[in-house]
Design a protein around this ligand. Sequence first.
Ligand code: PEP
Length: 256
Amino acid sequence: MRRRIVAGNWKMNTTFHEAMELVEGLKSVLTEEVVGETGVIITPPSLYLSDVVESLVDNAFIAVAAQNCHEEENGAYTGEVSAPMLASLDIDAIIIGHSERRQYFGETNEACNAKISQALNNELAAIYCVGETLEERQSGKFMEVILAQCIAGLEGFISEDMDNIILAYEPIWAIGTGETASPEQAQDVHAGIRGWLSERFDTETADNVTILYGGSCKPGNAPELFAKADIDGGLIGGASLNVADFTAIIEARTKA
Ligand code: PEP
């Protein structure tokens, strides 16, 4: 079902103590009134997931996701974390194909496709990220790049699978740079992705897929972004590490 979602990606930030403080801070301010119909997801480093899930056991507002998983179920992959391991911690979702994983760890669309399968096979939702570089934006070929990521990443999945796959459009040139796609630029891409989804699956499926925007989304620009018809929420990096900023973005989603 298409949902309004604000997800925070903490990346490789916070010590254990800082992470738990952040969770406590969010628990204290995320009330029914702030959250409304908005689904809130936090994505701490995998090392802390178990403690974060435990501290949220009585909390109805905050879901927990991991930042990545391996494409295999288990095996000789020293240092890696598998989807079954993550599922055994009672988390809700996994971010897959973040541009930092693609850029610094050579993650391909095919690897992302296998990781999405891992998430779904283990009853976890997948938050699949797509987005273009600055060069691709400037060349005018960005939509081809984004749709190629959608085509290969979602290869083999059927309509019902899309109930558990959230898409996130994150222009790489806007991530952590302070540069945001304008609401119109973001809306155009979201509408393009939804149009592709309706051809690849059907209109009903396309209407039901949640598509998040990510890239320097802050309290100041969130209301305008969330006012757009095809922007269902945000994947938030830097601003999700600050309780007041993350809360303001959630409020913007709830009120839009
Ligand atoms: C992200 O990493 O997913 C992201 C959107 O980061 P930021 O909000 O810091 O640009």
